[in-house]
Design a binder for this molecule. Structure first.
Ligand code: T46
Length: 134
């Protein structure tokens, strides 16, 4: 089963340009408790390298592009984010790495929970041990 779950965000466009509306529990499958965005990422930098124990997130590349690697301990998949109307849903216990940020990349992230450092698994070995245990 693929780890890549896209959410199509409806685009309202007219002669003035485009508008996308995001609503928790409507076009996003959870109540949105937190929003953050990653931008000005320096060339060659990679981010992420962790999993979450209890967090769902949707990543939307609202400008530019980047690449996201997802890994559930068995399957590893790489996906390009370059569209403001596509959200990438990442469920908990999924290892993620982000690469190849374009200079104009703005990566918007919608999260199901408030920030909690204790929710992060930052060691790949620890992540594998946890998924193997089930
Ligand atoms: C994720 C990927 C996609 C906060 O104080 N509050 C926050 O809500 C977040 C997300 C981060 N921070 C602080 C913690 C660190 O001192 O911001 C700093 C950078 O965070 P981090 O190194 O975790 O950033 P990334 O880009 O590696 O990962 C982030 C999210 O943390 C993570 O949940 O899934 O983006």
């Amino acid at each position: 089963m693929s780890l890549v779950h896209w959410i199509e965000l409806p685009k309202f466009g007219d002669s003035r340009g485009s508008l996308i509306a995001i609503e928790g529990k409507r076009n996003i499958p959870f109540a949105i408790k937190r929003v953050y965005y990653i931008y000005d990422t320096q060339s060659g930098v990679a981010r992420g390298f962790h999993a979450h124990q209890n967090l769902q997130q949707v990543l939307v590349c609202v400008s530019g592009s980047c690449r996201v690697v997802l890994d559930n301990g068995e399957v590893r998949e790489s996906v390009d984010l370059d569209s403001a109307h596509l959200g990438l849903l990442i469920n908990d216990m999924t290892w993620r790495e982000m690469y190849d940020f374009s200079g104009d990349c703005v990566l918007l992230v919608l999260a199901s929970a408030y920030y909690d450092e204790a929710d992060y698994i930052r060691s790949y070995e620890e992540f594998l041990a946890k998924v193997e245990k089930g």
